[in-house]
Structures are given as structure tokens and as C-alpha cells.
Design a protein around this ligand. Structure first.
Ligand code: PMP
Length: 406
């Protein structure tokens, strides 16, 4: 396959223009991605002419909706190299991590056990572990970063002990873009008998993911960062782990048989999907995965790497700019400009239709480590172009002039 994207993909995305119909330089895809027409149409169809409930209809349309919902699960499983019996639909990555913490965690962690996280984790891969650790009396260890802001797996190796039951790490950092050597992390975790959870929020959209090749035990991601809708995401868990996990929430659809004396639970992913699920979102999530698969994750990765390389080169040549993260960051560039707060930069860039993110990016421990209150972050998607970088660079020059910096 050719390494670059040739078709003008922006035309697929109605959200890529401003209110006045001008090009919008959207550089906040790491927060949430714009949606292609294929996803919007799939969602509209599911809410419209195809709409019905799943799992209990005796009429044809409900039976068809059930097939579509389960086909969506198969599509998502295939997208990450897993099996459909191993994919639970959740409200997003956050809920998926909380699910693992509250079911697998409560059942498997006890006083004195240890959990290894890293310095760069998103709050959603910190707080759920703090909550379960406090409940059971487990301890959290924090793996440091290398000088070029990767999770330091040499340090992880030295820190891991038989007391560690879980290693939970970002596959790609949402702030720095640094890519974890997941296979190595899995090998280190498994050597001491721990499980590996990968937070795939920023890897699923930026690179091909194969959970079998990565050898992880849990993988979580959110649809809305993968060009799909909000309100849905997925937990992939190794079949034998899922089989032993107690249910998360009780209700309809997750049961086998209910009496007031004793209730038995459904098998497989169903056990974790209490209530009427996000039917239309699941179908649109699958449409998003199909859209990304048709373009090719490898091609998307190569396209974004070219943009990252150019932006890092140009920002790196400015002597008042600090760049964070390694050069091979996946789709994300975080930086700071001396004497200009990222929020001011973001506000001034917005006047030129350039949308970046400024803040702590839900990673306050990482900000503490970097010794900054916030960073400016430009993040790319499959629709990003050289023109977006031109606009960002021009906007930075304009901001400097407004701040009297030449
Ligand atoms: N982990 C990472 C690395 C993220 O980037 C995000 C979203 N910023 C999350 C977890 C949480 O995802 P969500 O809010 O969709 O549940």
C-alpha cells in the first residue's frame, strides 16, 4: 500500500469547516475526532428507519437490530485483532477502566498487592486504581519516564515484584504522543505474574492495533477519538479473564435467570452490559472502525508521522519553544513558548481558526513532572494537512507580535 493518503479526506468530514464555511484548522483530534459522513449516516439510519431495541424483540426489526448490534461487536473485535466474545461495549475508555478496576480488581487484588502505573497516565488510568487500591489495601507504584519522555521500561523491570498484580499503562500518551513498547511491557508484567492493561485511547486512532501481537490482557479505547460517536467505547479482555470477572452493574440483559432467592448471570460480554445498550452508538462505532480500516491504519500513521516530523522540526528551530515528548510521537505534539501561557496562545490561535488544546490534558502528575502548569498541544488526525501546520505556525508568529516578542 502507498505510504501516504492521496484522496482529500476532509471532504468526508462536515465538521472540518467553521460556521462561515472557512477551513477550520482543527488540531485537537486527541481530545475528540471529527466524524466522517459514513459515521453520521450510519447513526442516522440506526436512529431512523432501522431503529428498534435489541435482544428481546419478537418482531423482525428488533431481530435485525440485534444482528446489527452483534455485528458491530464483531467489527470492533476484528479492528483490534480480538475475538467478539472478548469485547464489552462500555460508555468509553473511562468506564472500561473503572469496569476492570471494580470487577477484576476487587476480585483479584488484596491487601499488600501492588499496581504499577506510569508518570504520564491520564487521570482515567490513575483514579480508578486509587479507588480500588484504597478499598482493598493495595499500593500504587509510579514508573518514571526516560529523558525523552517515554515510559522507562528499564525502571519498570527494576520495580516489578511478585506483589505486582497489574501493570496499567498508556499505549500512546495523550500529552506527549510517546509510544509504549507494549510487547516489552507485557513480557515484563507477565514475568512477575502481573496482568497488563493498555489504555489505547490514543493508539487505536493512530496506528494498527493487534491485541494478540501486543500480548496485553486488557485493552480499552473510546469511539469518539476514533472518528465515532461519544457515549461508547470498548473493553477487550482475554477470554479467560472475562469469564472469571464478576458483573459490574446489575439489571436487565446481564442475567440468565432472576428470582428473589437467587439470580444467575449471562455469560460473556453480555454479563457486563446491563440495561438497554447504546445501540445506535455501537453501530456508528463499527462504521467508524470500517472507515479507518478502509483507509488503512498504517497509512494514517505514516501520514500523521510526516506532519509530526515537520511540526517538531519547525517548532524545534524556534529558540523560545520547549518541545515535549520524543521525535517519533504518534500524532501529538506538546510544546510551550517562553512567556506566553498556553491558554493565551490557544485563544489567539482561535481568532485565526486554529484549534489547539491548552491545559493539563487530564494528566496533572505529568505536568508536575514536566514542571509546567499546562502545555499547548497540537494533535493530528487522518484529515490533517500541511495547511493546518502553516496556519498554526503563522498563528504562533502573530501571537508573538501581540505579546511584543518581535
Ligand atoms: N486515556 C487517554 C490516554 C485519553 O487520551 C483519554 C481521553 N482524553 C482517556 C483515557 C479518557 O477517555 P474518555 O474520556 O473517552 O473515557
Amino acid at each position: 500500500a502507498p505510504a501516504t493518503i492521496t484522496r482529500d479526506l476532509r471532504a468526508d468530514f462536515p465538521g472540518m469547516v467553521t460556521g462561515e464555511g472557512k477551513a477550520w484548522h482543527y488540531l485537537d483530534t486527541a481530545a475528540t475526532a471529527q466524524k466522517p459522513r459514513a459515521v453520521i449516516d450510519a447513526m442516522a439510519r440506526a436512529l431512523g428507519e432501522d431503529y428498534a431495541t435489541v435482544h428481546r424483540g419478537v418482531y423482525a426489526r428488533s431481530a435485525e437490530m440485534t444482528l446489527a448490534y452483534e455485528a458491530a461487536r464483531r467489527t470492533i473485535a476484528k479492528f483490534i485483532g480480538g475475538h467478539e466474545d472478548e469485547v464489552v461495549f462500555t460508555r468509553g475508555a473511562t468506564e472500561a477502566i473503572n469496569l476492570v478496576a471494580q470487577t477484576w480488581g476487587r476480585a483479584n487484588l488484596k491487601a499488600g498487592d501492588r499496581i504499577l502505573l506510569s508518570q504520564l497516565e491520564h487521570h482515567s488510568n490513575i483514579v480508578p486504581w486509587q479507588m480500588v487500591a484504597a478499598e482493598v489495601g493495595a499500593h500504587i507504584d509510579v514508573c518514571p519516564l526516560t529523558d525523552d519522555h517515554r515510559i522507562d521500561l528499564h525502571a519498570a523491570e527494576a520495580m516489578l515484584t511478585e506483589a505486582h498484580k497489574l501493570v496499567a499503562l498508556a499505549h500512546v500518551s495523550n500529552v506527549l504522543g510517546s509510544v509504549l513498547d507494549a510487547r516489552q511491557a507485557a513480557a515484563l508484567a507477565h514475568k512477575v505474574g502481573a496482568k497488563l492493561l493498555l489504555d489505547g485511547c490514543q493508539s487505536a486512532p493512530h496506528m494498527g492495533v493487534d491485541v494478540a501481537a501486543l500480548d496485553c490482557d486488557f485493552y480499552v479505547f473510546s469511539a469518539h477519538k476514533l472518528y465515532g460517536p461519544t457515549g461508547i467505547g470498548a473493553l477487550w479482555a482475554r477470554k479467560e479473564l472475562l469469564a472469571d470477572m464478576p458483573p459490574y452493574q446489575g439489571g436487565g440483559a446481564m442475567i440468565d435467570r432472576v428470582t428473589f432467592e437467587r439470580t444467575t448471570y449471562a455469560d460473556g460480554p453480555q454479563r457486563f452490559e446491563a440495561g438497554t445498550p447504546a445501540i445506535t452508538e455501537a453501530i456508528a462505532f463499527a462504521a467508524a472502525a470500517d472507515y479507518v480500516s478502509a483507509i488503512g491504519p498504517g497509512r494514517i500513521h505514516a501520514h500523521e508521522q510526516q506532519l509530526v516530523a515537520r511540526l517538531r522540526r519547525e517548532l524545534g528551530a524556534m529558540n523560545d519553544v520547549t518541545l515535549f515528548g520524543p521525535d517519533d510521537s504518534a500524532g501529538i505534539v506538546s510544546f510551550a513558548i517562553d512567556d506566553i501561557h498556553p491558554h493565551d496562545l490557544g485563544t489567539i490561535l482561535d481568532e485565526s481558526n486554529v484549534a489547539i488544546r491548552a491545559g493539563h490534558h487530564c494528566a496533572q502528575p505529568l505536568m508536575d513532572y514536566l514542571k509546567v502548569p499546562a502545555t499547548a498541544r497540537a494533535s493530528f488526525g487522518l484529515y490533517s494537512t500541511e495547511a493546518d501546520i502553516d496556519a498554526l505556525i503563522a498563528g504562533i508568529a502573530r501571537t508573538r507580535r501581540i505579546f511584543g516578542k518581535g
